[in-house]
Design a protein around this ligand. Structure first.
Ligand code: NAD
Ligand code: UD1
Length: 312
């Protein structure tokens, strides 16, 4: 039976992935420092997952945890664009040095394949839309740069050492277990929390920026496919839906779904923010057989249901 190590497995995407792996009867280890992840996220899986508290910046600490693993899904990161602008050093050490450590430990442990959580932030403000993998990266923030560096390290480890790596450029992911309670939280968790608590959602900028909001189950599916797809090694692959929504459209949709007439408040745009973002997903279709199965509105309904039960 294959053993999969999930770094960042106590986080939002990580815990959704770990749950699916356990449901499939697989052996799963988690490595997480619980900086933004939460033990609650794995509470339903107690006894079925081995959880190691540790920091990917510490290579020696990581080696025994990776030993014997067949696959690594590397999700641990400092994930906020805004935080990276105010604290680029932490972003650099966790996302670049930490990723290099994971690759070194995986290489030395004879891991079969590493899946890396790359980001659509890599595209920055490149004029071509939708985003296609052949575009030149244009990072606008330390976070975006760190994710591009991670991709290049992945490719190098494939070319230099024969370690199979796949970099998945996740677009904006949302869904159950995304934490809405931090200033760095993803926008949809924050908006939904505002609606449910009777507060006014805040839009940074004019609200015409777009994102390819992708429900977490779609991402879990793409990730599991990337572990197994023979042609995926050494590649960078978009994972989104191909459908953009502006923040203004998103508020209108939340008003419809929740039967409200909320008007957001507008404040200045964030430094380092990307303006437009949506994915071309042809490569994921052809290499992974990926097709997003949960659309935006259905994903919003499931997320609202979860946030209502978990936080209100
Ligand atoms: P998250 O913050 O919920 O998960 C990150 C996890 O990594 C947390 O559990 C955190 O405790 C852990 N972690 C952070 N620093 C660590 C360290 N030094 N050592 C060990 N563990 C550490 O965020 P998420 O949204 O689940 O993101 C998962 C991955 O996907 C990240 O790499 C992120 O950059 C990437 N990604 C996310 C999105 C999105 O929209 N959520 C989009 C593109 C890429
Ligand atoms: C998000 C992810 C990042 C990922 C990237 C891929 C988080 C925290 N960030 O970054 O890890 O790599 O997608 O595309 O998960 N906004 C508001 N009001 C708010 C919060 C945000 O208007 O209360 C705006 C932001 O200024 C931005 C947009 O909403 O224009 C999205 O912000 P955010 O959810 O932080 O995501 P990204 O920066 O796109």
């Amino acid at each position: 039976m294959a053993i999969t190590l999930v770094t960042g497995g106590a986080g939002f995407i990580g815990s959704n992935l770990v749950e699916r792996l356990v449901e499939r009867g697989e052996t799963v280890r988690v490595l997480d420092d619980f900086s933004t992840g939460n033990a609650e996220n794995l509470a339903g899986l107690a006894g079925r997952v081995t959880v190691h508290r540790g920091d990917i910046r510490n290579l020696d600490e990581m080696r025994p945890i990776i030993a014997g693993a067949n696959y690594v899904v590397h999700l641990a990161a400092s994930t906020s664009v805004a935080r990276s602008v105010s604290d680029p050093l932490t972003c650099n050490s966790v996302n670049i040095t930490g990723t290099l450590n994971v690759l070194l430990a995986a290489r030395d442990a004879g891991v079969k394949r590493v899946i890396f959580a790359a980001s659509a932030a890599a595209y920055g403000d490149h004029p071509q839309l939708p985003r296609v993998e052949t575009q030149e990266p244009c990072p606008l923030s330390p976070y975006a740069l760190s994710k591009v560096a991670g991709e290049y390290y992945c490719r190098l480890f494939w070319k230099l050492y024969g370690l199979e790596t796949v970099a998945l450029r996740f677009f904006n992911i949302f869904g159950p277990r995304q934490n809405p309670d931090s200033p760095y939280s993803g926008v949809l968790s924050t908006f939904i929390s505002s609606y449910l608590r009777g507060k006014t959602p805040a839009i940074f900028g004019d609200g015409e920026q777009s994102r390819d909001f992708t429900f977490v189950a779609n991402v879990v599916d793409a990730t599991l496919r990337a572990v197994a797809a023979p042609e995926a090694a050494g590649r960078v692959i978009n994972v989104g839906t191909g459908v953009p929504h502006t923040l203004n459209q998103t508020v209108a949709l939340l008003n419809k779904v929740l039967g409200r007439e909320v008007t957001p408040k507008y404040s200045p745009a964030r430094a380092g923010d990307v303006r437009y973002s949506h994915a071309k997903i042809d490569l994921a279709r052809s290499l992974l057989g990926y097709e997003p199965s949960v659309d935006f509105e259905e994903g919003l309904r499931r997320t609202i249901e979860w946030q209502r039960a978990a936080f209100i």
